[in-house]
Design a protein around this ligand. Sequence first.
Ligand SMILES: [Zn+2]
Length: 64
Amino acid sequence: MDDTNSRIPGKTAHPNPRRATVMNCPYCTSENLFPDMETDNAWQCRDCCRVFSVKLHGHIDRGV
Ligand SMILES: [Zn+2]
């Protein structure tokens, strides 16, 4: 499991800091998203009914 987010210091506003914040569903662009309790770090889209998660793979160098 990638625990990158949990290693960032500071207060967490979200009960599960491993869940990456998303503003829109990547499949249908809906904003009707809710945390998925069964999968721990995923989101439910209440419009297209998909369950998905966002994974941070790392960073690229700036100035590419
Ligand atoms: Zn959707």
